[in-house]
Each structure stands twice: as structure tokens, then as C-alpha cells.
Design a protein around this ligand. Structure first.
Ligand code: BGC
Length: 909
């Protein structure tokens, strides 16, 4: 007999999105099936507009497909509400149904309204002089850090002492419009974009409690607008719309002082808004930004992502000045496609410490990205001033040197009475807060910590019988949250917080297990393609900001070598292998985890251009440009104090390039571009022989460094992988099981070992607690993942006083191994989105048990194993409409389908 069940529907990976600028959105549904059915027999979709007209009816489609089903109905209209209904019939004949909606944004129509700004130039004007034009390669710059920080300090002193310009550019602008509305509001939306970050209040109420709208994009190519449902905020009679725009990522220095990009601080901050009210009888009223709006200032007297916020609660907003219109191409305006940044957790203060130096320091108990919310009773003019730090130094004193030129101010001037405040225009990366100024004695209750992160759906969970590994997992999660703030950043505290492509791709599989990151990557990869260099260089940082000069010195080098094309490898962006290879790696990861084929189609031109760019260099007598390459970044096998590990730069560049050829060929094949699939496979086939000749010994394997050997295997560069991994295992033993690899090696080391029979060594590395290892930092009390394995050395001092972040997710990429090998939930790359997958945990006596779960796009997968009384037992759960191949430690394999199953066998350690 037919029964009906509820299904969850997503549109473009989001639940009920509004302001969608996608002409053919994709729908997915997940059904919770508990009637013993295993597979889906058919589905149907209908999409209807607000009047109930059906614009798409698929009829019953005999298919087991449930994800990313592309809309193919009538052309969607702008600013329209569509209701999506789905039905699915399982193989027992039961019908499951779900309903959701989506609302379009402007689509192809022009965004209504003008960009408005202040009547003066808000742009920051301090020239970088000789610094900006430097032509020094990165590595030398790194060596000059000491000098750099002297310059930074001098500059900051000048600004603070008022000798350098101090104008309104530091202050957000508040734009305002008043209007009367006497109709009955059916629905009301306001669509807002801004150069700078914005907040909108309707009659004094925030339109949404998100932070940093409209996010960070490659502004010149794409400026998002956010869509707010303000139906409940309008009132009969007079209404006031206020939009505050602050510098954000747009108008104030982003990147350290020596690497400024004009793009980020040479424009006015501005906004454009379109308010659309539909009355209950269907009448549309529109209000747009134009010359009649006014602007002024509010209590925020200084604001910047790195600089923090100053707020004077005695100042009330006054918007009485005339705005100025500015021209800006409106075709860059695009509806948001990712989730918003929100306060995802609220933490109490754990402790108040008085340090040996006498400072009062609040301990939040964990290193996070966020803002402290102040709750205080006081008198007008009293000041609360805070300073932020991630760790205490070896003496237990406050330490903030590693913020470098990010001053991260938090200065709040009170009005009379009780008040609550948290900054809206900046964020801090911190565990400790030093009280610089506070009226009276600070109490724990004076603060809550709002933890900020892009508000994605949590999908992955892991725990096991080893407390340190559980802590490492929590740290990974925390560093991910701290660094998924609209873009995937390297760290949340110092004067970087940038979309370093290497870090992002390295962590992308771990991230894809922990959270539904598909929309987040879709947005970021769009920027990557937009910011790609003219010749194909994929920037080290997306959104792109120039870091190390114009590459003149590369030209000189090639000239010296007498090569005809001296511009080879020189592009208008800074690029490096492994970082730029994010262009080929990330879309493939999104396809593997979320069955997102469109991301492959959209990124294929970018991938191809990147590969062509590298290939041209590869076949030249000078090979791929070595300059700017970061190789096995911060590998500990390098020279003491060096930033680059011992793995040769040309080797890692060639190895990563060959991997990119393969991934591009794969992507092209999946989307049906056979010509490209063959082209990049051919490039790989042609170059692999040369590569082997250049780097392999007579036995066909590479001899140098752990990371070289790891790359040789995972990037499919040597034929005899067994021998290659044996050499790796031997070397690890010789190196005393010390984890001395850098960014590239660390990403794959455990995977390579366990895939080739060295699970014991993999566990030895993972469970090691002495330096260098992952758990060393856990033993040192880390609550987030460190940038360097030796961030704090054994004697409690710091590896570096400034290049030392304690909240960097890159080395958290080991999460992937924990979930896929300890937990045993593994992708089948031939069946994306876990339509079919593998369950193959690698149990370990010391760990004893492990529990993992992953809410895949097809539904919940879970595994739980334990070793007890000489027996290994495993419970698994497989989602409806999928299948899994389970492999037990003995090697016994079976196929399982929807539902729960249990297995056990004798445990032979
Ligand atoms: C960042 C890294 C990044 C590296 C590459 C650092 O400053 O924090 O995570 O990948 O630079 O140069």
C-alpha cells in the first residue's frame, strides 16, 4: 500500500534560497526511507510560480537519480517566487514527497538603482612607495621579515600619531531613505550590494543577522548582492531604510603592508539597493538608491578587517548629507550563491587570568574567529579597550606579536546605562583577550564570544577511543570554522586572512566531509576563474591580491639563459604549483563529494588554461618557472629556519603539473569534452617519460625526500609504487618517525602508507606525541591547528615571533585520513556523491573503537567499530538508493544496501 513520507529539498545546494541568479537551477532531495526499500524507482518534479502556473512538470521519470537534477522548464522570470514539489517512488511502491521554494534574483535584467557614496572620496590614500614596486622574490622577502616589521611599525606609528592621513575613510557611511507605504504588504524584499561590507536596518531592525554582506569576491569581476526578506519589518506609514557600508575587504589594506593592491583600497565605499514590495493585491512598489538618499555617520569611528573597530556609543547616527552617485558597471552584480557568515556559536569566558606581567587576560578556552560581545553597565565616556592573542608565551604572559600589522583594535566608548555591543565590521582570531582598559573590575559575565563562520550544514562527525585524536579532530573543526569566513582563508588573525589556494585545496576533502561546502566552493572557484592571469597563471590568493611584484627578475633570468620567450611563466598574477593546482583539484573534489558536474564544466576553461600555461613552460629548455614556487612549503626537512622544505622545487612543480594534466583530462571526460580529455591525457603521456628520466633512478623510483616519494605515488608518476612506498617507509623509519614533510607531503603521507600496506607506520606517525607530529600540539594544549608543527617548541618558545599562526587548517588535512581510514567512509570516485562507496576501516588496538558519520547528498552514512575480547565488530548504516562495499580487516568483502548491518570477525592485530 502506498505511504507518503517527507523529503528534504535543496536548490543549488541551499534550502529555500532567495535572490538566485541561476537560469537552470539544480534540485536535490534526500528521503528518509525506513520501509525496507533499497532503491528509487522514479521521481517527478513540478515547479510553479506564485500564481500557481506550472512552469515545469517532469512527469514521472524512471530514474534512480536524486541529486543535481537540472531545471528544464519555461524561462524563469526575475524576482519571482517558485514552489518546487518533488515526488519519489521507491522500489516498494511507497511515495515520498517534499516541497520547497526558490526565488529568482535579477537574472538578466538590469539591477535597479544607482551606486551611492559620500560627497567626498572615501578612498585611503597612503602610497606604498618603494615597497610596492619591489621586485624581490618571495623567499628573500621572507628572510627580511625583521626589517619588514620595522617598516610596518614605523608606518603604524605615523598613522596613530596623526602624522599620516586620518580622514573619514576609516568610518563607515550610513545611507538612509524614508518612505511611506500604506498598502497591505504581501511580500517585501530588499536587494543590496556594496563596495565594502553592509548591514541593513528597516525601521531600526536588522534585515538579517549575518555578517560581512555581500561577502568577498573578485570585486571587479563580480560583486554579489544579498537578498533580504523584510516582509515582517515594514510598517504602515513612514518606514526608514538604513544601510551602513564599512571598509571590509574592499577599501582598506588587505595583505601585509608591503604588498598592497590598489584594487583593495583605491575605490569609494558605496551601496546600491532595490527594495521591492508586493502588496497582497499584487501591486509592486519599488524604491531604489538614488540622489534622494542621504548619508552620514554612526558611532563607528574606525573600522577595518585588520584594524578592528572603534565605537563610540555616545554618537547617534545622523544621516543628513547629500549622497554622490558613482558609475560602476552593474553587470558585475550577481545574486549570492553561498551561505552567509553568521554567529554560529556563543561561548562564555572560561577564565580570568592575571599574568606574571600583571595583565588581566580573559581566556575563552578555545582559539576561534569571532567577536566578543560586551555587556556592561557604565557611564558615558568610560572606555573598554581590548587586545587579542592566540597563545600565552612561555612565561604565561600575553602575546600578540604574530598579528603583525593587524592591529585588531577593539575600543568601545560607553554611553550611560546598561549596554551590549559587538563589532560588526571586523573579526578577530583569538583565545585570549587582554583588558587594556575597563571601567571597574572585569567579570566573566561581561563578555560572550560570538564565534563567526560561514553558516554551512554540518555533515561529518568523528570520535574514537583516543582522546588526543578527538582533540585533534575538534581542533580541525575549529580551524575550519575560523577560516571559512566567506572565503577559505589561511588564518583568521594576522595581516593575511587570505584565500591561499594551496591551503584551500589541501584541506578541501576534509572540509567536504565536515560540512556541505559545495555552494561555498562554487562561489570561490568562480573568483578563481575570474582572477586567473591572462596567460593562465592561477593566483596563489583568490580573490587575487598582488603579493610579490611584477616578475621582472624572471624575465632577466630567462634573458641570461638566452631563451627567446623571456616572458615565459610570467603572468599578471603571482602563481605557484600546488597552490594554482587548486584549479584542477578543487572542482574534482566537489564532483567527488557532491556529484557537482556543473562545477567541472564551469571550471574546465580555467583548468585547461592553467595546464596549457604550465605545459608551455615544461617543454621549454628552462622548464617550469622555479621562481615564486613554494614547493613542500614549511617542510621541516629544509634548512633550519627555511620556509621551503628539502623537496626540490622543479620536482614538485613538474609533479603537480602532471597531476593537473590528469585531473583536467578526467574532468573533461566526465563532462563529455573528449577532445580536451585526450589533449591533457596526451600531455601527461608525453611528459611522464621525460619526468621519469629526469627524476627516477634505474629502478624507476625517486630517491629524494619523503614528500618527493609521496608525490610520486599519489600523482601517479612512477610505475613501481610498491617499491616507492617501501622506500618511503624505510626513510620514515630512518628519520625516526618524525613528521618532517611540509604542505604537500603532509596532505598525503598517511594515505600513501596505508594504501600500500604500511598502516602500522601511518598510525605510528599519527599517534606520535613528541615533536614533530600532529599530536605534539595537542599535548601542548592546542585548541586549533597550528601553522607550524613547531609553532611552540619544546622549551615553550616560539618557532617564529611573527610567521606563526595558531589557527591554520592546512595541516588539518589529516582529517581526511581519520574519516576515510580510521572511520572507513571512503569515496568511490567512479560513483560521485557516495552513490556507491566503500566502507573499509583500518582498526587499531590502541584506538580501540571509532564512530563516524557523514550526511552525504544521498543520506546518512555511519560506521562504528570496536575491538573487544579478541573480536572486531563493525556496525554500518547505508543510505537509501546507494550501495557500499564493505571490507573487513581480514580482507573479506561484501556488498551492502540501504539500512543497518553488522559484521564481526576475530581480531588479529
Ligand atoms: C600563508 C600560508 C600560505 C603561504 C604560501 C603564508 O603566509 O599563511 O598558509 O600558503 O604563505 O606562501
Amino acid at each position: 500500500m502506498e505511504r507518503k513520507y517527507y523529503m528534504k529539498i535543496k536548490v543549488e545546494g541551499l534550502v529555500n534560497p532567495i535572490g538566485l541568479d541561476v537560469k537552470n537551477p539544480r534540485f536535490s532531495f534526500v528521503a528518509l526511507v525506513d520501509n525496507g526499500a533499497l532503491f528509487q524507482k522514479s521521481y517527478s518534479f513540478t515547479v510553479a510560480d506564485e500564481e500557481g502556473n506550472i512552469v515545469w512538470d517532469t512527469g514521472i521519470v524512471a530514474s534512480d537519480s536524486s541529486v543535481n537534477i537540472e531545471y528544464a522548464g519555461e524561462e524563469l522570470l526575475p524576482y519571482t517566487h517558485y514552489i518546487v514539489k518533488a515526488e519519489m517512488t521507491d522500489d516498494k511502491g511507497a511515495v515520498h514527497c517534499g516541497e520547497g521554494f526558490f526565488e529568482t534574483g535579477r537574472l538578466d535584467t538590469e539591477f535597479k538603482g544607482d551606486f551611492i557614496t559620500a560627497d567626498f572620496h572615501t578612498a585611503m590614500d597612503f602610497s606604498a612607495g618603494e615597497i610596492q614596486n619591489r621586485e624581490t622574490p618571495m623567499l628573500i622577502v621572507a628572510d627580511e621579515m625583521g626589517d619588514i616589521h620595522e617598516k610596518i611599525k614605523r608606518e603604524l606609528e605615523l598613522i596613530r600619531s596623526g602624522k599620516k592621513e586620518e580622514t573619514e575613510f576609516r568610518r563607515p557611511l550610513v545611507f538612509q531613505q524614508k518612505f511611506n507605504y500604506d498598502g497591505e504588504v504581501g511580500s517585501a524584499r530588499i536587494y543590496i550590494s556594496s563596495m565594502g561590507i553592509h548591514y541593513c536596518w528597516i525601521n531600526g531592525e536588522l534585515a538579517d543577522r549575518c555578517f560581512f554582506a555581500p561577502g568577498w569576491t573578485s570585486h571587479t569581476h563580480e560583486l554579489q548582492y544579498y537578498s533580504y526578506d523584510i516582509t515582517g519589518l515594514l510598517q504602515k506609514g513612514e518606514n526608514t531604510v538604513s544601510i551602513m557600508v564599512a571598509n571590509g575587504w574592499y577599501n582598506r589594506r588587505i595583505y601585509w603592508l608591503l604588498a598592497r593592491d590598489q584594487k583593495n583600497f583605491s575605490n569609494d565605499i558605496a551601496t546600491i539597493a532595490y527594495l521591492r514590495i508586493k502588496s497582497t493585491d499584487g501591486k509592486v512598489t519599488e524604491i531604489t538608491t538614488d540622489k534622494t538618499w542621504t548619508y552620514g555617520f554612526n558611532g563607528i569611528t574606525d573600522s577595518g578587517i585588520y584594524q578592528g573597530e572603534h565605537f563610540d556609543a555616545r554618537i547617534s547616527a545622523c544621516c543628513d548629507k547629500e549622497v554622490r552617485l558613482i558609475e560602476y558597471p552593474k553587470d558585475v552584480l550577481v545574486g549570492e550563491c553561498s551561505q552567509r557568515v553568521r554567529a554560529v556559536e556563543k561561548l562564555p569566558i572560561k577564565d580570568i587570568i592575571i599574568t606574571p606581567e600583571g595583565d588581566t587576560v580573559l581566556d575563552c578556552g578555545q582559539n576561534v574567529a569571532g567577536v566578543p560581545m560586551l555587556k556592561i553597565e557604565g557611564k558615558a565616556g568610560e572606555v573598554v579597550e581590548l587586545e587579542f592573542g592566540e597563545v600565552l608565551d612561555k612565561y604565561g604572559n600575553f602575546f600578540a606579536n604574530n598579528y603583525r600589522s593587524a592591529t585588531c583594535d577593539y575600543v568601545y566608548t560607553l554611553r550611560d546605562g546598561y549596554q551590549e555591543y559587538y563589532p560588526l565590521t571586523t573579526y578577530y582570531g583569538f583565545r585570549y583577550i587582554r583588558i587594556k582598559s575597563f571601567p571597574g573590575t572585569v567579570k566573566k559575565e561581561n563578555f560572550d564570544i560570538l564565534v563567526l563562520s560561514t553558516d554551512m550544514e554540518r555533515t561529518g562527525f568523528f570520535s574514537c577511543g583516543n582522546a588526543d585524536l578527538n582533540q585533534l579532530n575538534n581542533n580541525i573543526l575549529r580551524s575550519m570554522k575560523s577560516n571559512y569566513i566567506d572565503i577559505p582563508s589561511d588564518c583568521p588573525q594576522r595581516d593575511e586572512r587570505l584565500g591561499w589556494t594551496g591551503d584551500a585545496q589541501e584541506f578541501s576533502t576534509t572540509a567536504s566531509f565536515l560540512y556541505g561546502v559545495d555552494p561555498f566552493f562554487k562561489k570561490w572557484l568562480r573568483d578563481m576563474a575570474a582572477d586567473q592571469g591572462e596567460k593562465g597563471g592561477v593566483p596563489n590568493i583568490v580573490p587575487f591580491i598582488r603579493v610579490w611584484g611584477d616578475d621582472k627578475w624572471r624575465v632577466e633570468e630567462l634573458t641570461k639563459l638566452g631563451y627567446p620567450d623571456t616572458k615565459l611563466g610570467v603572468d599578471n598574477v603571482d602563481w605557484a604549483n600546488f597552490w594554482g593546482d587548486a584549479a584542477t583539484i578543487c572542482p574534482n573534489v566537489m564532483y567527488d563529494y557532491f556529484a557537482d558536474t556543473r562545477i567541472l564544466t564551469d571550471m574546465l576553461p580555467c583548468m585547461s588554461k592553467w595546464c596549457d600555461f604550465l605545459y608551455e613552460q615544461m617543454i621549454s629548455p628552462v622548464g617550469i618557472s622555479k621562481h615564486g614556487q613554494l614547493a613542500d612549503w614549511v617542510g621541516l626537512d629544509g634548512e633550519p629556519g627555511a620556509y621551503i622544505g628539502a623537496t626540490p622545487i622543479d620536482y614538485s612543480a613538474d609533479a603537480c603539473t602532471l597531476y593537473s594534466f590528469k585531473l583536467t583530462s578526467r574532468a573533461a571526460k566526465i563532462v563529455g569534452d573528449i577532445e580536451k580529455a585526450e589533449k591533457y591525457q596526451k600531455m601527461y603521456d608525453e611528459q611522464i617519460g621525460i619526468f621519469r628520466e629526469k627524476y627516477c633512478n634505474s629502478k624507476g623510483v625517486v630517491e629524494k625526500t619523503q614528500a618527493s616519494k609521496i608525490m610520486a605515488v599519489v600523482f601517479d608518476l612512477v610505475e613501481n609504487k610498491e617499491l616507492q612506498v617501501k622506500l618511503l617507509a624505510d626513510q620514515i623509519k630512518e628519520d625516526g618517525y618524525r613528521l618532517i614533510v611540509g604542505f604537500i607531503g603532509i596532505r598525503y603521507i598517511l594515505q600513501v602508507l596505508s594504501d600500500y600496506g604500511y598502516t602500522d607506520i601511518a598510525y605510528k606517525l599519527l599517534l606520535r606525541t613528541q615533536f614533530p607530529s600532529w599530536l605534539y600540539q595537542v599535548k601542548k594544549g592546542a585548541t586549533s591547528v597550528w601553522e607550524h608543527l613547531d609553532g611552540v617548541t619544546d622549551d615553550g618558545s616560539f618557532w617564529s615571533m611573527d610567521m606563526n599562526s595558531f589557527n591554520h587548517y592546512a595541516y588539518g588535512s589529516v582529517g581526511d585520513w581519520m574519516y576515510s581510514r580510521i572511520g572507513g567512509i571512503r569515496l568511490d570516485r567512479d560513483h560521485p556523491g557516495f552513490k556507491h562507496f566503500f566502507i573499509q576501516p583500518l582498526p587499531n588496538t590502541e584506538i580501540g573503537h571509532a564512530e563516524s558519520s557523514y550526511s552525504s547528498i544521498h543520506g546518512l552514512i555511519s560506521t562504528s567499530w570496536k575491538i573487544e575480547d579478541g573480536k572486531f565488530s563493525l556496525d554500518v548504516e547505508v543510505p537509501f538508493n546507494t550501495s557500499a562495499t564493505v571490507t573487513l580487516p581480514s580482507g573479506k568483502t561484501m556488498e551492502v544496501y540501504a539500512g543497518k548491518s553488522s559484521f564481526s570477525e576475530p581480531w588479529i592485530p
